[in-house]
Design a binder for this molecule. Structure first.
Ligand code: SAM
Length: 281
């Protein structure tokens, strides 16, 4: 198996372009900009007002070579900056990516797996098509609640269905599920997953304001701000339980305010995330 020689050099941001070009001229087959160790990156969240925070002033530039160039040539290309080398075997990237996904055992009766895990009875989700493989804490907390609250024959509404994972989990436990998502690509992925699993779940992009009927179990893995904004509709549609996740803990009060008057059945906090289960009746 071939070996890649990976060079890493820390640079002021304006030098990334000229140094990158010089490394390509030396035979680099690929470049990647990374965050230097110890650098704190600030992101603009959907609810943040004002300008996007500035990117870090320094960049860790990586360059891959099949043959490492002469030391002096690298020194000239990088302006004499300290560079480190690493050797990485040329692995099968597809297999490496697949190995990253492990089946999620919610309980003995509810397992989420990728197609290549070949687990009988599992809800099969193709990773990469839409948010929701079961890896994220917020999805896992919803799955645990669904496992506890699902009642066969009843209806479950999944608001922000992404890959369809929550609706499909409810359907696997005997519920009839319906998922809505504002992203048409997510709906396409969820419909494909429903047909792959042969489960009674439908998905579309109907805005929640236009959803009619009642649903004993309503789940929503959405930001606190979105749950709060959709609060009156979520309350209107649910008749037994409301399950919420995706809430950054420092914003949990927004959901609590929107759900005031409902009985809080359980709350789970961890890794900066909060989830709630409310009893409606
Ligand atoms: C965090 S993902 C959750 C996916 C999946 N339900 C899970 O638990 O892993 C949130 C999803 O909600 C969708 N979304 C965001 N705002 C929405 C809204 N107002 N109504 C419906 N879907 C929404 C996004 O497109 C995204 O697919």
């Amino acid at each position: 198996m071939a070996t890649w020689h990976a060079l890493a050099v820390r640079l002021p941001r304006p030098l990334v372009d000229p140094v990158g070009k010089a490394l390509l001229a030396l035979g680099a087959t690929g470049l990647m900009e990374d965050v230097p160790p110890g650098t704190v990156v600030k992101y603009k969240q959907p609810w943040d007002k004002g300008r996007r925070p500035r990117p870090p002033s320094e960049v860790l530039l990586r360059a891959w070579f099949t043959e490492p160039p002469a030391e002096e040539a690298v020194r000239a290309a990088t302006g004499g900056r300290a560079a480190t080398w690493e050797e990485t075997p040329d692995e099968d990237w597809n297999e490496g990516w697949k190995a990253h996904f492990q089946p999620v055992h919610v309980s003995d009766r509810l397992i989420i797996a990728a197609p290549w895990h070949h687990i009988e009875g599992a809800v099969v989700i193709e990773p990469g098509n839409a948010f929701g493989t079961g890896e994220h804490r917020t999805t896992r907390s919803c799955l645990a609640a669904i496992d506890r609250l699902a009642t066969p024959g009843e209806r479950c509404l999944d608001v922000g269905s992404g890959s369809g994972i929550l609706a499909l989990a409810a359907a696997r436990l005997g519920m009839v599920a319906y998922g809505i998502d504002t992203d048409p690509d997510a709906v396409t992925a969820a419909e494909a997953a429903a047909s792959l699993n042969g489960l009674p779940a439908t998905f579309d992009t109907t805005p929640i304001a236009n959803v009619t009927g009642t649903w004993p179990l309503v789940v929503a893995n959405l930001y606190a701000e979105v749950i709060a904004a959709l609060g009156p509709h979520l309350r209107r549609l649910a008749t037994r339980h409301l399950v919420f996740a995706g809430i950054l803990s420092d914003r949990a009060h927004l959901v609590e305010a929107a759900m005031e008057g409902l009985e809080l059945e359980s709350r789970d906090d961890g890794e900066g995330w909060t989830s709630f289960v409310y009893r409606v009746a």
